[in-house]
Design a protein around this ligand. Structure first.
Ligand SMILES: [Zn+2]
Length: 99
């Protein structure tokens, strides 16, 4: 049977958004579970070559997959560079920042 690629992509996108929403909801009360949701969403994104939705792309650590809350990361903006430090694994990410 022919695979319906468009349908697969749509389902993948929906699942990614659903998982990231769940992660967001559990990020504070249950960070471990939130991390599992992020990992699952990433796996689906890779398998179907989908992009992480832009509203979630910078909301989790790319190394340990912790979903960022106000207490598990530190954000600094200096000289046009936004740096996000993950307090869970110590990974730092720098993003050029435009005013
Ligand atoms: Zn991390």
């Amino acid at each position: 049977m022919r695979r319906n690629k468009n349908l697969e992509r749509r389902i993948a996108d929906e699942r990614i958004i659903l998982l990231m929403k769940l992660a967001e909801k559990e990020a504070i009360s249950n960070p471990e579970r939130a991390r599992r949701y992020v990992t699952m969403a990433r796996r689906i994104a890779m398998k179907y070559r989908r992009k992480m939705p832009s509203e979630y792309r910078r909301r989790f650590c790319k190394k340990c997959f912790s979903f960022f809350t106000t207490s598990n990361c530190r954000i600094r903006i200096r000289r046009g560079i936004k740096s996000i430090l993950c307090l869970n694994c110590g990974w730092r990410r720098r993003i050029p920042y435009r005013r």
